[in-house]
Write a protein that binds this ligand. Structure first.
Ligand code: GLA
Ligand code: ZN
Length: 668
């Protein structure tokens, strides 16, 4: 697929005219036009409408919608509608309904509810994708295919159990290999026949909702479930592709959503798209990190912001309004991190059911004289001005943070040493340091080409898959800098411990070995002392470290391991490796990473821009620097931007320039 997937920034979002009488559609378009809306995502949940019974398809309404939008020259994002089962299918074929973690087979209801291994579901979903492609695939206004919606969840039905056994046979070939990989001698769980394997849920190996007696089977189930659902995506994609060879195909992802291995998924998608729904108290760094992860899924290729609310959500505990200017600022934050589209959920607010209190471009009042609409219209005018300048722009960042779904699953299944250890939290602590310093970061997979980075950061890289340690060694040998932490290098891809001392295959690289791991409860703390006498608190876990070639950067200063190393640095080939044996309080992590970035020669985009978010996109040697004030207070623009042009106003930045809360500059 080419670099510029779209000719303009798609601006619009989920549009459900099927929920409204036809008279309203023209009024919708009249209002949308005032906001320069140029795109609509249709048919997301219309399966029951376009296939009212097993034998009957009825596209008459969708034809009208697509005609109307096509005449108005919209970029149409056409969804395949397969994310909510029609009632007739649930009733006639109960196997299409999922069985949950507790083993209960569901009835008709809700959405995102199909068993991925149901042949009936597969047959009808494939057929639907085919029919849609045949009918609409040649329409030049169809700019993108949107398969299903927010794929996710799990199924524990008998069909899935059968498919799991086949998946396992392919993976392990022999029962002996499987017994060994899952360490089934433990508790005498040895398997002799493939059909003795049952799915790991609350009725079998599950301990509570998210722990397991046998992580081997549970991690394999996560992989299998992600693959099963991915197979549904590929099936619809292939059905479309055999008829429409050119239109990009996507499905909307959900940031750090745990259940699906998005790196694997992205390989099958032409363009990544995702839905951004931060809560009122989500740190800005966390949203930025999610955007960067979505950009990282396809090695830095720009993505679609498929959904965000113009104002308010309904499904969070506290659905605060976006403050004046906030939606605009958040939209530019998405663009700054790689979005080529700004799309809302949804264009007109529903009259009933659970999303009637979800914000929309057209609110219940039904006209355009609202604060929300005015803000949508202002942004629409600006994006229209930007044209295609930014589309396809990438980044050239020098810091990579490793993210891996196998690691996510395995780390969080561990029973011990500390129940509060959460993967995304750990990654976010490191990400936040770079975010606050305005050092732009790529979120990358463990399979990426590391050589383009000056610094790689891999917090809690618990699982080291085959070949990874060697690739990291080569990277550091050649001059790369590498930071890793406690709970790294512990297990292989089957979650079997690397014997001979922690951190297993990273021992050489780090020049240490770890003998024991202490766990601290929330009310407990230890302290670390740097050689410079700086002292900081640390929490969660404390590795008891022996030096094998590394130098000690900081020691613990309380408890029976006082005076032993907590943080080390090792020279390896041309490069350096820092091992952080505990969770440092924020100031301590800043103190350490300041040294790391200095020694790794990493520079921020702008120094001393405390509290502004500054990031960059690049295309054809043209740099676009985004300066966002996401705080509540006014901030000065850093001096390095004096005299430069702000693309949004075509004015030049002056010395005295101040950014108010939610102000944005795009500096060229
Ligand atoms: C998700 C879904 C949408 C809608 C929004 C509401 O992102 O994809 O259909 O339910 O949430 O926030
Ligand atoms: Zn199932």
């Amino acid at each position: 697929m080419k670099n510029k997937m779209f000719k303009r920034i798609l601006y619009g979002g989920d549009y459900n005219p099927n929920q409204w009488p036809e008279e309203i559609w023209s009024e919708d378009l009249r209002i949308f036009k005032q906001a320069e809306i140029n795109s609509a995502t249709v048919n997301v949940f219309s399966w029951a409408k376009i296939q009212p019974s097993e034998k009957n398809y009825d596209f008459s309404e969708l034809d009208k919608v697509i005609d109307k939008l096509s005449q108005a020259k919209y970029d149409i994002v056409l969804a395949t509608s397969t994310a909510a089962l029609p009632a007739w299918m649930s009733k006639r074929y109960p196997e299409v309904n999922r069985t949950d973690y507790e083993g209960r087979q569901h009835k008709f209801g809700q959405r995102h509810n199909a068993c991925p291994n149901s042949l009936v579901y597969q047959k009808y979903a494939r057929k639907m994708a085919e029919k849609l492609a045949e009918r609409y695939g040649q329409n030049p206004q169809i700019t993108c295919w949107h398969i299903n919606n927010e794929y996710g969840g799990q199924c524990y039905c008998e069909n899935c159990a059968k498919a799991f056994r086949v998946w396992l046979q392919q993976k392990y070939q022999t029962i002996e290999a499987l017994n060994k990989a899952w360490n089934l001698e433990f508790w005498g769980h040895t398997i002799y026949e493939w059909d003795e394997i049952v799915l790991p849920n609350a009725l079998s190996e599950g301990i509570g909702k998210d722990k397991t007696a046998f992580s081997g089977i549970s991690i394999d189930y996560c992989r299998f479930n992600s693959d099963s659902i991915l197979a549904n995506f590929k099936m619809e994609r292939d059905a479309i592709r055999s008829i429409d060879q050119t239109t990009p195909i996507t499905t909307n992802l959900m940031g750090t959503y745990k259940t699906l291995d998005y790196f694997k998924w992205a390989k099958e998608m032409d363009i990544v798209s995702w839905d951004n729904y931060p809560s009122y108290n989500t740190p800005w760094a966390q949203t930025a990190m999610r955007h960067d992860l979505m950009r990282g899924l396809k090695n830095g290729q720009s993505f679609m912001l498929m959904e965000q609310t113009p104002s308010q959500q309904n499904w969070q505990p506290y659905n605060s309004l976006k403050r004046p200017g906030q939606m605009r600022a958040q939209s530019y934050q998405a663009i700054a991190h790689g979005a080529d589209t700004i799309q809302f959920f949804q264009l007109r607010r529903s009259v009933g059911a659970c999303e009637k209190f979800h914000g929309a471009v057209i609110e219940h009042v039904g006209h355009e004289n609202t604060r929300v609409f005015r803000e949508v219209a202002q942004l629409g005018a600006e994006l229209n001005q930007l044209g295609d300048a930014l589309i396809g722009a990438t980044s050239n960042n020098k810091v990579g943070i490793l993210f891996d779904w196998d690691n996510y699953w395995a780390l969080e299944y561990t029973s011990g040493p500390n129940k509060d250890l959460k993967y995304v939290d750990q990654i976010l602590q490191y990400y936040t340091y770079f975010y606050e310093k305005n050092i732009a970061v790529d979120m990358i997979s463990v399979d990426s080409d590391f050589s383009q980075y000056d610094l790689l950061v891999a917090p809690v890289l618990y699982m080291i898959k085959a070949g990874l340690a060697e690739r990291l060694e080569n990277y550091v040998q050649a001059g790369g800098n590498f930071v890793t932490t406690f709970m790294s290098g512990l297990v292989d891809e089957s979650d079997l411990v690397y014997l001979g001392g922690y951190p297993g295959p990273l021992k050489n690289l780090a020049g240490i070995w770890v003998e024991e791991i202490d766990a601290l409860a929330p009310e407990q703390a230890n302290k670390v002392n740097f050689a410079t006498k700086e002292e900081y608190e640390c929490h969660l876990l404390c590795d008891l470290i022996h030096i094998e070639g590394a130098e000690t950067i900081a020691n613990y200063s309380t408890d029976f391991y006082t005076g032993t190393p907590a943080i080390t640095k090792n020279s390896y080939g041309e490069g350096k490796v820092w091992y952080v044996g505990t969770q440092l309080e924020k100031n301590g992590l800043t103190y350490l990473l300041d040294q790391v970035t200095q020694e790794s020669k990493i520079r921020p985009i702008a120094e001393n821009a405390q509290g502004l978010e500054i990031t960059k996109r690049v295309i054809d040697d043209q740099e676009f620097t985004f300066v966002l004030n996401l705080s509540q207070v006014e901030k000065r623009v850093p001096a390095i931007f004096n005299g430069k042009k702000n693309l949004l106003t075509n004015q030049f930045v002056s010395k005295e320039m101040v950014l108010k809360s939610f102000d944005v500059l795009i500096i060229i």
